[in-house]
Design a protein around this ligand. Sequence first.
Ligand code: CDP
Ligand code: MG
Length: 152
Amino acid sequence: MERTLILLKPDAVQRRLMGTLISRFEEKGLNFVAMKLLKITPELAKQHYAEHVEKGWYPTLENFITGGPVVAAVLEGLEAIQVVRDMLGATSGLKAAPGTIRGDFSSSRQMNLVHGSDGPDAADREIKLYFKPEEIVEGDLHLTPWLRAGDE
Ligand code: CDP
Ligand code: MG
């Protein structure tokens, strides 16, 4: 089992797509093990996007990501990190394949609705940025035997 961090970015909240997007992850069979609504501060934005802070476009990204509430959540599932990245699609909504979240809902490179950790190290680091260990809720859901075979 893997865990990954997602953010429903400010555009998702403002466009009232929270429910729709949460449903997509639920329907896929991923488990929500932590979730909160918060406003990202410039300091947290710089930590979250540390790899991009020096880029020319970082200031506009910081304005965007701090510009309204976001939903942070931890998803758990088999190969959850790659599964979520595949569900998001390419960074730009203009390039993302139809059927992906960005491909279906976004026409922007910046306002692409959902963040997902891009690997195991990023997932560990990002989960710790948003959640204390005690905020992560353990316990399997009863539907699991109907989502995959016992040996998967
Ligand atoms: O989110 P993803 O890993 O697909 O993309 P990224 O290249 O790591 O960039 C992080 C985020 O910065 C993107 O999801 C966009 O919201 C934003 N971005 C931007 O504002 N302008 C760019 N030229 C590229 C990315
Ligand atoms: Mg990235």
